[in-house]
Every structure is written in C-alpha cells, then in structure tokens.
Design a protein around this ligand. Structure first.
Ligand code: HEC
Length: 385
C-alpha cells in the first residue's frame, strides 16, 4: 500500500528494471543462448538488478533514476554525433561527461544474487486445483518445519539452526516467484553458506513447487485476514470451472475485465448488473443449485475458505475487481456492503473518499467506486497495491 509521492516514479523505475531484464532474457532465449532450467529459460548470471532494496533506500533509487536519465542522454548524444558532422567532437565529448556526472548507485544496492529461475513465472494460472495440489504436498513435505499455519512453528522448527520464516507475512510477495521456486527445489543457505533448508528437487518437480507457491500464498492471505482483518498483500481470485445454465463449462478467468462476485453457500444470490455473480456450492450440497452460474468443485470451496481464513465459508461473499484481484468480503449474515468490507485497499483511495468525492449512495456502489478508483498495482519485489 503506498500513498507516498515517490510511489509513482519508483514503481515505474522498478518496473523498468524488471521489464528490461526480462526482455534481455527473452532475446537470449530466442537466439538460443539461454539454457533451459525447470521448463523455462534460465538467467545466465549470478546477479540481477533488483528494486527490492530501492524501496528501502530512496536516495539510491533517485541516483539510479538520474543515472538512467544520464545514460539515455549519452545515447542521444551519440546518435546526434553520428548525424551532425560539424559539431561531432563537441557532442561526443558530452558522452563521457554525462557518464562521469551520473550519480551511479552503489552496486550492492541494485545488484542482488540471482538464481537461474529468478525471472521465471508461474505457469499454473493460480487455480483452485493447483492450490489443492499444493495443500497435499505441503502437508507431506513442509509442515514439520513450517507448521500447519505457515508461521514457522512446526514440530521440527526448534531443532533447526535457523528458524523457518513466517510464510504469512510479506515475504512471499517480496520475493520473485522464480527465486521461491529455486529455494524450494534446491534449498536455502545461510550467511556462512551453511544449508538452512533442504532442497526438494529429488522428490518434487517444478509443477509441484509452483503448486506449493500457490498454496502458500492462499494460506498466507487467510492467515493475514485472521490476524489483521485485511489482505495486506493482494491475492488473486483462484481460477475455477463455472457452469452457466446449459452452456459448456468455462473458466472464471474468462470474465477478466468484469467484476466477479462469489457467493458461497446454498442460498441463491440476487443478480446485480454491476457484477458477474457465481454461486459457490458447498461440497456437501446434494440439491441442484438455482443460480445462473455455479462453481461446484470441492477444490474451489477449499481454496476460497483458505483465502478467507475460515472453516465456515457458507454465507460469505467475495468480490474480485476487473483485474482478478480479490478486494472485498461480505461476512455471513451481514446485510448490505460497507466500506469496512474492502479488505485490499490503498490509503490513497481512502484519502480521496475522505475528501468527500461524491460516492454512490448504496453500499455496494460506493465499494465498487473505491475499488475502481485505485486498482491494484503489483510489481514483484516492488510496491504492492
Ligand atoms: C527441515 C525443515 C524444513 C522443511 C522440511 C522445509 N523448510 Fe522451508 N525453510 C526452512 C528454514 C529453516 C527456512 C529459512 C531459511 C533461511 O532463511 O536461510 C525456510 C525457508 C523457506 C522459504 C522462504 C525462502 C526465502 O526466499 O526466504 C520458503 C518459501 C519455504 N521455506 C518453503 C518450503 C516448502 C514449500 C517446503 C516443503 C516442500 C519447505 N519449505 C520445507 C525449513 C524447512
């Protein structure tokens, strides 16, 4: 969540760093110069540029931004020198001057250790099925150290040299997904290079590890909601199969671009033109549901119960925004919507509404207006919200 004036340019800068490196890797891959590791192109270097530390060190972030400006100006000067013969020497002299004048950031701030999978992204699409798969694998392989709730208090935890981290904090969102994948498969090492967590590559493949990452994020979201009453890290609406009348089943993600409301339980929800409404049927229900659109896989129920941090999902409503981020929860038995139901929010939007921007009078309308006013901007290793 950010409401600082720095947020915009910093987000842009971090996005630029990430995008440029990703493109470089794509080019290397297209030229056949990148090896394949765990199914995708491997980052060939031991380091990468990262925005993670820039968030903490604004001064360095500014230096980096100015350095990029100077480099762009140097490139421009080179181009001008090529075409402007008479003044070529003067213009060329600008190039080293610009590069010397640039306030280069400290290398250790922007260069972080990379793994071969640093820039890989999850192929799962964050589905209810992958979360369910991750749940099983977590129970079999991880729970002894990380604990059933992911807080790092499993029965083995106290016997380890390093205490396992709290997986329901911001850690999973701060890390690049690809780095998480690498650590699950190949283990982690501490400051003295001593092994701290064993690698699981002998037992699990990359599809398993990606499923585990989905599960840990869903679990982390639920734990945060329990502890803090909100989702401090944005969490997506897991994808699932939906049936609408006699039409063939389609994926929830096929409505991306529209707002989606999930209504868990037996009661048939009222339709609302502002949202796509999907009834999530409890695994125990035997009577056919009456809603137009229905999701009825047990995995879908489980995944949303996990994210909502509750064993009693029936009666809960969840709203996802046009980009597929879960934003609001209506608790069972509560009539109507209010501001408090917006669980994934940014301070900027609350400031705007506090200033008295005209909001629709009904609770849901006001909620939707706020949701739309501040979409989730999400860059790995950078700002969230
Ligand atoms: C033997 C105990 C143990 C087991 C089993 C274990 N972990 Fe860990 N895990 C740790 C410890 C200890 C750390 C902290 C390592 C560190 O900070 O150096 C850790 C760290 C992590 C991290 C954070 C990595 C990071 O980027 O900082 C993730 C994610 C993780 N474990 C996932 C898993 C998953 C998934 C499994 C099951 C497949 C698993 N762990 C099994 C002990 C364990």
């Amino acid at each position: 969540m950010n409401s600082t004036p720095e947020a915009d340019w910093l987000n842009l800068l971090i996005g630029l760093l990430q995008g440029a490196q990703l493109q470089l890797l794509r080019v290397l891959d297209a030229l056949g110069l990148a090896a394949k590791v765990h199914g995708q192109a491997a980052w060939p270097w031991a380091h990468r540029l990262s925005g993670e530390n820039l968030l903490i060190d604004l001064g360095q972030a500014r230096n980096l931004a100015w350095t990029l400006v100077c480099m762009a100006a140097a490139v421009l000067a080179l181009l001008v020198a090529l075409s402007w013969r008479r003044r070529r020497l003067y213009v060329l002299a600008l190039v080293p001057m610009l590069l010397i004048a640039a306030p280069w950031p400290e290398a250790q701030v922007v260069l972080v250790p990379a793994t071969p999978t640093s820039f890989q992204s999850s192929p799962t699409g964050f589905t209810a099925a992958s979360i369910a798969k991750g749940r099983l694998l977590y129970a079999q392989n991880c729970v002894a150290c990380h604990g059933a709730d992911g807080k790092g208090e499993g029965p083995l935890a106290a016997s380890l040299a390093v205490w396992p981290p709290n997986l329901s904090g911001p850690l999973l969102w701060r890390r690049a997904d690809g780095d998480l994948l690498w650590r699950i498969l190949h283990g982690t090492r501490g400051a003295q290079r001593q092994p701290t967590m064993p690698g699981f590559a002998a037992r699990l493949d990359e599809a398993d590890a990606w499923a585990l990452i989905d599960y840990m994020k869903a679990q982390g979201a639920g734990q945060s909601l329990r502890a803090l009453g909100n989702w401090p890290q944005p969490i997506g609406l897991p994808d699932m199969a939906v049936r609408c009348g006699a039409q063939p089943p389609r994926l929830l993600a096929s409505w991306r671009g529209q707002r989606v409301r999930i209504v868990a339980g037996n009661a048939t929800p009222a339709e609302d033109p502002r949202l796509v409404t999907v009834q999530l049927v409890p695994p125990s229900q035997t009577t056919p549901p009456a809603a137009d659109c229905v999701a009825d896989s047990p995995a879908a129920w489980e995944a949303l119960a996990l994210i909502a941090g509750t064993d009693r999902l029936a009666g809960t409503q969840l709203i996802a925004d046009r980009d597929g981020w879960l934003r609001a929860r209506g608790e069972p038995g509560k009539a109507g919507w209010s501001d408090d139901d917006l669980l994934c929010r940014s301070e900027r939007a609350s400031a705007a509404s506090a200033e008295g921007a005209a909001l629709p009078a009904d609770g849901l309308g006001a909620l939707i207006a706020r949701m739309d006013a501040e979409p989730v901007r999400f860059i790995k290793g950078g700002f969230i919200h």
